[in-house]
Structure formats: C-alpha cells, structure tokens
Design a protein around this ligand. Structure first.
Ligand code: FAD
Ligand code: 5PR
Length: 369
C-alpha cells in the first residue's frame, strides 16, 4: 500500500510536532516554512506536563533535557515583596530557551523523515485536500495541517468563523546572561520570579532562568505606555521601577528587541474537510498561564494520532478529534484571557488546580480514535 500523504503549513512548535508524529506513524510528510531559516520567534518558554509528555512520546525529550531547568519555585512579588512561592505539588514543569526547544524538534522531525522546505510560503488550502503555495504549486494530500500561527493563511483562505481580541498589554521578550553573582547570588535567583509593580505605573518583569547561563526576561507594559513599551528598552524607566534587577536590565537595553501585543482567537471549528488547524492558528491565547505552546503541541500530537488511527473518513476523524480535545484548551484560553485582563496574577497563588487543568492533561495516555 502506498503511504498516506500529509502537507503541513508552518514549522513552529505545533507544525513540527504534527509533522513528526505523522511521519513516525508512517505518513509521507512535507512541512512548509515561509521563513528563509528554521528559527523560533520569541525568547524563552515554560512548558508543563502536557507538552513534556508529547516531547517524550516523539523522542525529542532526551536531546532537549540538558538545555532546560526546573526552577525550585514560581515566585510572585509585588513591589519586590514575596506574595507566594508555588511548586505545583510536584507537577512536571520546565523552562528553556525557545531556540533549544525548536532545535530539538527540528532534529527529531528530520530523523523521522519529514521533508522540511524553507522559503516555502503557503497561500491557501482547500478542504477537499490541497495546499497552494505562493509559488503557484498545488500540492494534494490526504491531510492538510494549518500550523501557520495566529495570522494563518490556511485558516483565512477557507473562511473559518472566528472571534479575535487584542489585549491591552504587550511584552518585550529577551534572552540575557543570568548575571547571578551581580544580582547578589543566592537560591532565590533560580526561581521564576514574576515581579509586579502596579504603582505609580504598570511595569512588570517576568524573570525566567532557562539554564545555568541564560535568562529569559519578559518586560510587560500597557500598549498605551510609550516609554514602557519602547524598544530597545528604556533602561532608566525600567531600573527606576525595578532597581534590584539593574544588571539584567542593563544587558536587556543592549538588545534591539521587539514589543508584541497579545491576541486571542476562538474558532467555531478547528477543521473543515481534510484540513485541520493546530496551535495558534486555531487557539492563540494570552500568555498569562504560559500554555499557548503547550496546548499547541498537545493538540498537534492528538490530531496526528487520530488521523493515523481513525479510519478513512478524514473529515469525520477530524470533527471527532476536536470534539474530544478542544474543551480543555477552550477553558485554558478563557482563564488566560481573564488573568491578562484583571492582572490578578499580581496577588500570587494563582496556579490553582483548576487553572492547571490543561498543563496536567496528558494526550499520550488518551485513546484518540
Ligand atoms: P507559531 O509559533 O506562530 O509558528 C507558526 C510558523 O508558521 C512560523 O514558523 C511561521 O513563520 C510559519 N508560517 C506562518 N505563515 C506561514 C505561511 N503562510 N506559509 C508557511 N509558513 C508560515 N506558550 C507556552 O506554552 N509557554 C510560554 O511560556 C509561552 N510564553 C509566551 C509569551 C508570549 C509573550 C507570547 C506572545 C506567547 C507565549 N506562548 C507561550 C505561546 C506560544 O508562543 C504560542 O502559542 C506558540 O508559539 C504557537 O505555536 P504555533 O506553532 O502554533 O505557531
Ligand atoms: N508567562 C510567561 C510569559 O512569557 C508571559 C506571561 C506569563 C512564560 C508573557 O511574556 O503573563 O503575560 C504573561
């Protein structure tokens, strides 16, 4: 029997997981990335049990592990006073740079036999089973995957019904040296620390150690705060608000950086015919709960397993897949948006069992067909 064919748009975390899982299950897979290089956007990332289980299932975990860490606590401070120290009752979570995660996924995809094409931009998809590239080439397949991010052309060329909202805050994300000694040394600097200052203005720094040498910092200011959202960052403004972070802010000010707003999109359906949407194309969310990529990878994995094991009627297989999988993600998106809107994470102790539902969900132990 000839192999089934899948065409995947977008080599982000969702597209790489979908393509790799399909190839490992015997599909002939081509992955199209519009960028001229394979690289992630953004700086650092927090992953939880859901996506860490997916990384184990596809064989990416062991190569990634040496480049990651498990901070002792997720600490929340308000005006530099500790509000809470959370350890999630032993739930597995890890921090890392996006580059380390992306590199491990690219290596795993190649090993699985995925054909990755860079400078290959997708223009449109057809639910009957084809993908059109901007070059004009039309590719037919049994399964089309739209993993092309929040501005998905696969999604918009088909006209999926959706609601999109933009948040009032945005963020500049950077990787800088840890500067542990200069910060004053001590174990607290191994924690993730969410530094909130709400007075006299909202300037928040999320401090995320990724390994011994690299620190992810996210500097969050409201979109209307021109000084707070300027890039490169305005050192004087940030150090006045967070003087105890002077060494890392000094490093941050040397990098050009990018200020990104957040957006959320909620779709009525995640599939149409042979086209499945996974990741931000289907469910971009506010980053407050650090679950966008985790749910993207979990849903990309479960979609690929369902498509492989669920029989020949691809349209039905995909409808059944989203019916089983999307509720956990929908709830996570809602909660994330609420946290971003209310800024109530500033109070600490916000990772309640309810909030961690998506983080705890393990798609590798569920029957998907
Ligand atoms: P993307 O990462 O957007 O990848 C899409 C890929 O498709 C890109 O490579 C792009 O170049 C390519 N592409 C786009 N259009 C086309 C086209 N037409 N043809 C071909 N290729 C195309 N999530 C977490 O789990 N933990 C966190 O700690 C976390 N922190 C975050 C912090 C911030 C500030 C933000 C904004 C998000 C955060 N997220 C986090 C969310 C996470 O980054 C996203 O949910 C995740 O990257 C989505 O992955 P994706 O593969 O769906 O999309
Ligand atoms: N968590 C993480 C993050 O990068 C952000 C947020 C929470 C890991 C934004 O940069 O609350 O916005 C947040």
């Amino acid at each position: 029997m000839s192999k089934r064919k899948a065409e995947v748009a977008g080599a982000g975390f969702a597209g790489l997981v979908a393509a790799t899982t399909l190839a490992q299950k015997g599909w002939d897979v081509t992955l199209h990335e519009k960028d001229t290089e394979l690289r992630p956007l953004g700086a650092g990332i927090v992953l939880w049990h859901n996506s860490l289980q997916v990384l184990k299932a596809i064989g990416a975990y062991d190569r990634l592990l040496p480049h990651t860490m498990v901070p002792p606590f997720y600490e929340t401070r308000m005006h530099n006073v500790t509000q809470s120290l959370e350890d999630f009752d032993g739930l597995h979570w890890r921090t890392m740079t996006r580059k380390a995660l992306h590199d491990a996924l690219v290596d795993t995809a190649r090993e699985a036999g995925v054909e990755i094409r860079v400078s290959s931009e997708v223009d449109a998809a057809d639910p009957a089973g084809s993908l059109t590239l901007t070059s004009g080439e039309v590719r037919h397949a049994d399964l089309i995957v739209g993993a092309d991010g929040v501005n998905s052309k696969v999604r918009d060329s088909i006209g999926f019904e959706q609601e999109r909202t933009r948040s009032k805050d945005g963020v500049t994300r950077l990787i800088v040296p840890r500067c542990k000694e200069e910060l004053g040394g001590g174990e607290a600097w191994d924690n993730v620390i969410d530094f909130w200052n709400l007075e006299p203005r909202v300037l928040r720094v999320l401090y995320v150690p990724c390994n011994e040498d690299e620190l992810y910092i996210a500097l969050m200011a409201p979109i209307e705060d021109k000084e707070g959202s300027a890039v490169p960052i305005n050192y004087d403004v940030w150090v006045e608000s967070h003087p105890y972070l002077a060494p890392v802010l000094r490093e941050a000010a040397k990098i050009s950086g990018r200020y990104d707003g957040y957006q959320t999109n909620v779709l009525k359906e995640w599939s149409n015919g042979s086209v499945a949407l996974v990741g931000d194309s289907a469910h971009a969310m506010c980053p407050a709960l650090a679950q966008g990529a985790g749910t993207a990878m979990a849903n990309a994995y479960s979609m690929a397993v369902a498509a492989s094991e669920g029989g020949d009627d691809m349209a039905k297989v995909l409808v059944d897949w989203q019916a089983r999988e999307r509720e956990v993600t929908d709830r996570c998106q809602n909660k994330s948006a609420w946290f971003a809107e209310t800024r109530s994470m500033a109070n600490g102790n916000q990772f309640t069992p309810e909030v961690l539902e998506a983080a705890k969900y393990d798609p590798t132990t569920v029957v998907h067909a």
